[in-house]
Ligand binder design. Sequence first.
Ligand SMILES: [Zn+2]
Length: 232
Amino acid sequence: MDLQTYLDQAQKIVFLTGAGVSTASGIPDYRSKGGLYGGKERPEYLLSRTCLAKEPQKFYAFVQKMYYPKAQPNVIHQKMAQLAQKGRAKIITQNIDDLHRQAGTPEDCLVEFHGNLYEIFCQKCGQRHLSYQDYLASPIHIGCGGILRPDIILYEEGIPTSRLQRAIVAIQRADLLVVCGTSLVVYPFADLLEYRQSRAQVVALNREALSLPRGAQQIIGDAREQFAQVRV
Ligand SMILES: [Zn+2]
């Protein structure tokens, strides 16, 4: 079956998305082998709570490189957003690049599992919704001298319970789960999928064959091409 058939037959769709959805918008996967940031220290340290606390300048130097403010949503984000606007889909993403939001996904249909780079807050005074442009100019909060940070989940930090709960509820209600741009075996999606109904279909869109949970289907190919053909 093709993607359209799966979508047409479903009542409640959940899209689970990862870095592969955003590479089509020009955002590289910082975890990918030989990625742009192949420095001496690993992202697992540079994006950790320890690094932010002990070496905030080092954290800042790394996190700055993750911003692609000129990146635009691509057809995958757009078609998913249209299905969400029609009340047919929810999106759970690992991506922190804001592109699902920019594509027009309603807030209540989107779970940004790992947070959002463009949500800046001050660790000292707690002020939120600060400008990311100001953050990219300086990591110090002018108002209080505190150190700013983006609202993303760092290594050594857990997913907030309410966010986890929203993701689980969406998955429990879904009759179709479409995994796109990420492997199914890696945390957190592999764990989240365990909450699905037994009758729910799981479909993975990927360039290469993945190891799939039992009963899951796979559509091999370019996700951008597949979504370009989807009629919402
Ligand atoms: Zn402050």
